[in-house]
Design a protein. Sequence first.
Lengths: 303, 401
Amino acid sequence: MSVLLHPDFTFIVQGITGREAVNLTRECLDFGSKIVAGVTPGRKGREVHGVPVFDTVEQAVAHHGAPIDGAVATVPPAFTKDAVMEAIENGIKLIVVVTERIPRRDVAEMVELAGERGARIIGPNCLGLIAPGVAKMGGIGGPAKDAAKAYVAGSVGVMSRSGGMTTEISSTLTAAGLGVSTAISIGGDAIIGSTYAELMPLFEEDPQTEAIVIYTEPGGRMEAELVEWREQAGSTMPIVAFMAGRFMDDEEMQGMSFGHAGTIVEGKEDSATEKIARLEAAGIPVVERIDEIPDRVKEALGR
Amino acid sequence: MRFYEYESRRIVERAGIPVTKYGFCTTADEARAAAESIGGSVVIKSQVLTGGRMKAGGVKLADTPDEAAEHAAAILELEIGGHMPVGVLVDPKAEVEQEYYAAVLWDGRAKRPMMLFSDMGGIDIEQVAAEHPDHVGRAHLSNLHPIADFKAKEAVARCGMTGSELTRATMILARLARLQRDYDMTLAEINPVARLTDGSFVALDAHMEMEDEAVGRHRKMLAEIGVGLSEPREMYEPSEFERNVKAIDAADHRGVIQGKDHGFTGNIGLVIGAGGGSLTLTDAVRSQGGKPANYAEIGGNPSVAKSRGLAKEVLEKDGVEKIAVMMSIVSNTRVDIVARGVIKACLELGRDPAETIAIFRIPGAWEDEGYKILDKYGVEYVDRSVSMWEAAGMAVRKVQG
């Protein structure tokens, strides 16, 4: 099993005629994903790698003749909110938002609507998710042959604020023989559709997942939320964390912003030092090197 | 995007929140005229985007228009924290009965805007929240529904207020909440909101920050309050390196490069990426005793020219001995293109790539093609079996000899 995806999972690509979307479609199809339609307003009747293109999500659903499970939204920032709302209102329950630089208010609006409709958003500003041997949804891992090299099915769930580091960490787990159950690039923005704590229950229920690795950065309160969730849920699934951006704690770096939009430290609680202390106090080891991760996971699993 | 105090005042005023009469002036004569028009004692405040104005002498009280002109002339020439003021704000010396605090900001955990109100304004709100939690009222807003006045009323009532003060404060907080939503503010704060001796409520000092990603859709409002979009609004002046990298990035739409060197003074030039990888690699270099000369991010699929441009800028920085070219496993960025770019940069500067590039660690898309090019020039490279930490350590040891 895996988290969120399954072998028969169907999805559409919104903005499918864009350059990056065309590549992403090729990669996902090659990996075995079931892309049943694409949507780009005004491009009805075209095909992208054999996938039919429609003007509306409604037409895509009608063509498929059954509910569609997911959507990957790769449309320009000014149009993303509308595209995501269109997907939600047409019954789609999992939306991966790849687009970056979307204003926070737009993200918050679509996330709230998703909540009201029982849908889930991953991202924005993310590469999507991948379940090795099952499917991939988004550009995560790149072309199918590259993705297959870094991601081999196994027992560790990965959640990462950085798309690129999702692959680096998964490749390390794969090389160490642990493998990956599902890896999710959750996005680097200040407000995202699904946080660590919001995804944890899914991994908890997944029989394949035995441990979790998270990649995190300064900024935001997601680690505090994860720690609280763990205590409330009484979860004992081992988690190993990697914290990047420790150098931002230095005095000469104060007031500077690096990397993601979410990586702007707004208070002492957001800093790397504070987050490391909070995670470790909750029994979540925080490593300094990616190559330490497999041993820490094995230790936690008693192997 | 940050705003000067006088701009924040204009934004608040446009939103229907009462303010006292004020003047934004760029000359001493204008300040004299503003003081005459306001009447009575006035306060002259330097307009800079940095804190510590008061301590630096950038805020002065004037009892007469001539004194106002004199202070304005001095403040207009006064540099504060490396910034020259863009003008001065002339404010009446308000007769304040009580000060309040009002703000609307994002609560990232709730994924909603949150209103904050306190009847203990004028001081640091975090201190009030810590010491007098019952004097801070909070209420979350829905992102989907219209902003209801009663939500603002609840926040005000929660800090213990009642009577006509409650209704007046509610009006200000509700308007502030609409302003925050309408103009994509990451922070909309009025501190203090003041009750004057005549019982009226006014915003005495406002602080606004607009989300950079949303600036484009507020051009009309920004033009109306006189904000030019080309002005730099950084916390600090960008360095020559930072300006040059930005120009190289803007010249070509393929891929993204970023470079920063504020706060970095080392001898290892970093040509690194992507977002998370750059943070990881900068830490790895520093933790192993290395001193980075800069921070950088390569993202997407940049052209040879762009990779070359970044590498050249890094190599030309004072004190840079060698560069380390490193990324986490790439799926979009092409290894061979980055390899060609960095080698070209070395050759154009008359430097041997094998000597100049301490280590090349970019595994992933088109890596075999990249390794062929690196082999040809004798550049040391490693594949994904060597961790980011180990690669960073190799670079540090080479530079330190």
